[in-house]
Design a protein around this ligand. Sequence first.
Ligand code: ZN
Length: 298
Amino acid sequence: MPQPEWERYKIADKYAELTTVRHIVHLPVARRIIEDGRIKSGLVFDKSRLNKSRISVTWLSANNWSLGSLYGTVEFQFDWEKLVKHKKIYWVEAMPNYHPPAFRFLMAFEDIASPLVTKYDPEKDDGPLRRVDGKWRWHPDFCSEFMVADDFPLSDISGLDFVRHHQNYCRTKPDCFEKIADPSPQTTSGKLLSYVLAHGVHALDKHMQPDGSGRNRLLDMASAWLSIGFNQVEYAGSVASNEDCDSVMKGALALFAVDKMDDGKRLLKLIAGSAQSVSALTRLIRIHFGSPTWDFGL
Ligand SMILES: [Zn+2]
């Protein structure tokens, strides 16, 4: 019997514990996911042996990208144990020409009867994914790619974060704006918060919600980025009532959310002064998160 393909990628003495996997996307895709309320699976388009199959998958990975992500800047995290529960695991393929080489598994609730994939038992089979004494391990020298034949509602997400894009490569877009602009995690978080506040969507609130002492790492980062942007505005307008300032603020945030920073700042100039502008944002955040005493914590 020939050696299974996965054995070239097997865990020898080096492994990492597998607890969290990530779905990383560009900001416009993140906005769409929030609007849809779910990460929608899609057909496989790359050089995978599954690219002629009709199977729809969501891509997840255990890797943290020290040089920046090849997939975008918004990271949706999932708890591995929960994800893998009741699912069958199949070996799909290796992509030896990737840097680093990638291994791919397919996970599904149903049996998949296809000659393109091979059933994989993580307790017995000797590949880059193992379950030993109830704990999961993976081989961190490779790029791990888990294709899950499922959609994920946003309520399934165990964590949210913001990462840098790789400066030279993008796996999904040839002319990637985020690869060129290299936004900081602060910038991306600020734009995503703008989207959330302007549209009044609550699906990600549990990840940005202030705790008992009024703090949340992501909300603090995002709101600090917005307040820095607000300081650069030359306020010269006549809009001063709370109600009117709130409306202008929502319009500006809707523009920030779609990368129209200059237009957003031009709109904010209609507000009478910096104090009214900051108060409007504070009110919006307090109301959105139901946190009546929240402040910037600066
Ligand atoms: Zn990109």
